[in-house]
Design a protein. Sequence first.
Lengths: 113, 115
Amino acid sequence: NAGVTQTPKFQVLKTGQSMTLQCAQDMNHEYMSWYRQDPGMGLRLIHYSVGAGITDQGEVPNGYNVSRSTTEDFPLRLLSAAPSQTSVYFCASSYGASGYEQYFGPGTRLTVT
Amino acid sequence: ILNVEQSPQSLHVQEGDSTNFTCSFPSSNFYALHWYRWETAKSPEALFVMTLNGDEKKKGRISATLNTKEGYSYLYIKGSQPEDSATYLCAPYPDSGGGADGLTFGKGTHLIIQP
């Protein structure tokens, strides 16, 4: 099993550009989520999904869109990148929402200039 | 947004010493408490998921206790080793009444083990 994979590992964008961060898992997990990590702020939840076709907002959803068309994939879209979105992004998955440990991907380091 | 406090923010411990740190969270609407270990340049890895008041879990030299009535959990490391150097994160998961929600992570305790 590859576990949770994320692409790309690094990305530089210019303000206003859009892009999609990819996340995939091969563990047949129903629950998937996106976090961003900023210095002094810890991990903050952006969006999450409890299964294919179902998504919801987390703590910091503004500027991001998600969809879940398959169990395996949970892409995160930046609609119009802003310097405030410079961060490290982690995708995670788990068997269920609450009582199950989350497995994290390796992260994507995004810089918006 | 849940208020999750971890203390101390950072901790320097001599190799071989034991240590512990705290996670405080709202005691109302509690469902589960997660602990993760996060090494530099890596991804967070799960240590424990705890749900019952009084629960105690152990993995090697690391153990955790849970008090849901007063809203805190302790993480203990016995006989610290250099490889224990990491940031330790806790994250409560609230009882959302049959719905679903996400984890709210604390800012972590950054542990440095000095040889």
